[in-house]
Design a protein around this ligand. Structure first.
Ligand code: 6CS
Length: 345
């Protein structure tokens, strides 16, 4: 989207609500908030925001009204980050993969094979980790973004125009990634040629061969139709797609205690809800992709031996994160690794 249009949209959005939305004060106070997502109707992030809005409306006896925006209307993923920062929207689902140039530490989620293979264990760690929920949150808050929760949208898989089963298959392979520099670094470790872009351009880029492959959870590969313009899907489980429920920090801090508790409580309840939602969508889409005869996809699952080859190449990226990316000498990563170790022992 044209930058001027985005600025104009942001101004209109601010004028329509601003911090805290409509406030009539005391009894009968109403709240009108905006919640932007990076996905469209039916997809996990959008469904999350709709469910969150419904619960808040019910709990507040109709006092809280949240307008949910699907991806596209308010610009690119990075435009949406700015809208949350400047308070044009109060709430956003944000992927750390689009904030890496700003919140360096948030790129921790770009590291392959860091979290356990079990999605349940991964979610448990995302829920309880002090490294993420306290230390990383502080880093985001330096930029007016408060991540209130981290949740998985499912394990990521590769789709490609040729079969990928070992690191050598990535040699000079044109791989689409999100914009965080460490994601690009993770693919350079396999000798691939990564290109960052918004997912709004990805279907066409895959179709035209501008890029040859991409990574995403299965539901997204299905719902965004990427598999229709790709021949192969590798079940690699090389990483988890992590999304964050974020709020504008000043706005959140300006809520009265009762409203803040209602937001916190709803965010907490949503963790279990969204885990089930992503699981259902990922399972359903895997079956649909397997059975789509019009758009056949060759699906291979990496063997443990093949995964080990990728793991070996991916491990040095952690040192790169510690030495070149982290602003606190890898402290958050070290703490997270300890937490992962004790959760999986
Ligand atoms: O690949 C992407 O960029 C998109 N993938 C997901 C699962 N959600 C939104 C995001 O922008």
């Amino acid at each position: 989207m044209n930058a001027a249009v985005v600025v104009l949209l942001s101004l209109i959005l601010s004028a329509c609500g601003g911090n805290g939305g409509d406030s009539t004060g005391g009894e009968g106070q109403t709240y009108n908030w905006k919640f932007v997502t990076e996905e469209v109707d039916g997809q996990v992030q959008y469904e999350y925001a709709e469910e969150f809005a419904k619960r808040m409306n019910e709990k507040s006896d109709g006092a809280v009204n949240i307008d949910v925006y699907e991806f596209g209307g308010l610009g690119s993923e990075t435009d949406q980050v700015e809208q949350l920062q400047n308070g044009a929207v109060e709430l956003a689902i944000m992927s750390p993969g689009f904030t890496g140039n700003m919140v360096k530490e948030g790129q921790i989620f770009a590291l392959h094979f860091l979290f356990p293979d079990s999605a349940e264990k991964t979610q448990e760690i995302l829920n309880t980790s002090e490294a993420l929920n306290t230390d990383l949150r502080k880093k985001y808050e330096e930029h007016s973004i408060s991540p209130l929760a981290y949740w998985t949208e499912g394990a990521m898989q590769w789709t490609s125009s040729k079969e990928i089963t070992e690191p050598a298959d990535f040699n000079n392979f044109k791989m689409r990634t999100q914009t965080s520099p460490l994601i690009l670094e993770s693919y350079k470790a396999y000798n691939a040629d990564p290109t960052p872009m918004s997912w709004s351009e990805l279907y066409t880029a895959l179709d035209r061969g501008t890029v040859e492959g991409q990574e995403n959870p299965i539901f997204f590969i299905g719902d965004a139709s990427f598999y229709e313009v790709q021949d192969h899907m590798t079940i690699s489980n090389h990483n988890n797609y992590v999304a964050m429920t974020t709020v504008n920090t000043d706005w959140y801090n300006s809520l009265d205690e009762e409203m803040k508790s209602m937001v916190d409580e709803t965010v907490k309840e949503m963790q279990e809800w969204v885990f089930e939602e992503q699981k259902k969508q990922n399972e359903e889409w895997l079956e649909k992709i397997k059975n789509d005869e019009e758009n056949p996809t060759e699906i291979v699952e990496l063997t443990e031996e093949q995964r080990k080859m990728f793991q070996e190449k991916a491990l040095p990226v952690r040192d790169f994160y510690r030495n070149e990316v982290s602003t606190v000498d890898g402290e958050i990563l070290d703490k997270l690794q300890e937490e992962i170790k004790s959760a999986t022992e």
